[in-house]
Design a protein around this ligand. Structure first.
Ligand code: GS8
Length: 219
């Protein structure tokens, strides 16, 4: 029986982008279902009753929630397809999970504060955001990718936020490339991969979306 793979997603979600890249890396055929996160479908509420958030991966009718858990699931279920996303060594796996968790706890929320606040709150968010990026840049060091020579789990966790860099830079009036040049070289290296470039939306489109969202939220 052919696998039925469905992703409930929203185009500008960095979390959804992670899963799209993982599918591309593994060469998996999947069906994209766009959700309206302000008018959630009965399917989304049924498949993710706890968080009610996208992305949701539905594999042969069974839901898997939370993007990094989905990535690990994809790596385990389709271990015979494409390159491995997580390292095999337990210590290296733990290390990769630590950095993906750091990204999850820090990047989205601090980035959101840059484009949704003003004045002192915005300045504090900008300062914190650069600190977070510099920490990630330190972890990357001289390596090509976070895990070493090949693209993997931590790269996948972080690269989707590149599509939001234009939003952070415009609203925060800052240059991420000037602050973190080595991290920016890593971004360019990731974008050279077709699995990444083809899975990510245009920065301008994301910027337009953030503008609309600000208006809609009245901020
Ligand atoms: C985050 C998903 C999320 O925030 C993951 O999958 O990694 N930890 C989760 N999804 C958002 C869209 S992206 O901004 C979402 O579905 N929001 C709808 C809501 O909060 O009601």
């Amino acid at each position: 029986m052919a696998d039925e793979v469905v992703l409930l997603d929203f185009w500008s979600s960095p979390f959804g982008m992670r899963v799209r890249i993982a599918f591309a890396e593994k060469g998996i055929h999947w069906e994209y279902k766009e959700e309206d996160t302000r008018n959630k479908s009965p399917l989304l509420l049924q498949m993710n009753p706890v968080h009610k958030k996208i992305p949701v991966l539905i594999h042969n009718g069974k839901p898997i929630c939370e993007s990094m858990i989905q990535i690990q699931y994809i790596d385990e279920v389709w271990s015979d397809k494409g390159p491995p996303l997580l390292p095999t060594d337990p210590y290296q796996r733990a290390h990769a999970r630590f950095w993906a968790d750091y990204i999850d706890k820090k990047v989205f929320e601090c980035g959101r504060r840059i484009w949704t606040t003003k004045g002192e709150a915005q300045e504090a968010a900008k300062k914190k955001f650069i600190e977070i990026l510099k920490t990630l840049e330190g972890e990357l060091g001289e390596k090509s990718y976070f895990g070493g020579e090949s693209f993997g789990y931590v790269d996948l966790a972080f690269i989707p936020f590149y599509t939001w860099f234009g939003v952070y830079e415009s609203f925060g009036k800052m240059s991420i490339e000037a602050e973190c040049p080595k991290l920016f070289s890593w971004v360019k290296r990731c974008l050279e991969k077709e699995s990444v470039s083809k899975s990510l939306p245009d920065q301008d489109k994301v910027y337009g979306f953030a503008l609309e969202l600000k208006k809609a939220l009245g901020i």
